[in-house]
Design a protein around this ligand. Structure first.
Ligand SMILES: [Zn+2]
Ligand SMILES: [Zn+2]
Length: 86
């Protein structure tokens, strides 16, 4: 059991070595190569620049989703009304 444990620790130590720097998952910037104008970490793998860029479409998507949901609901309601009447 002890032998297995020692081997596991060695493997995990080797695995940590190839990841020396934090990298943004969107733009790929790191601590040493930040975005133009600078950025800071908002999440484990997301910098402030990309968080700002992502926030716009996300809010727009939410609004569009709500509007589409209402429109689809109204259309379905009208269709349902007409099918029931006929
Ligand atoms: Zn980024
Ligand atoms: Zn960045």
């Amino acid at each position: 059991m002890d032998e297995f444990h020692d081997g596991f620790d060695e493997v995990s130590a080797d695995f940590d070595d190839p990841l020396p720097e934090r990298t943004c998952r969107v733009c790929g910037c790191t601590d040493s190569r930040a975005c133009p104008g600078g950025c800071y970490w908002v999440q484990e793998d997301l910098c402030s620049r990309c968080a700002e860029i992502l926030r716009g479409p996300m809010a727009a998507g939410l609004v569009i989703g709500l509007i589409l949901g209402v429109i689809v609901g109204v259309i379905l309601g009208v269709v349902f009304m007409f099918t029931v009447i006929r």
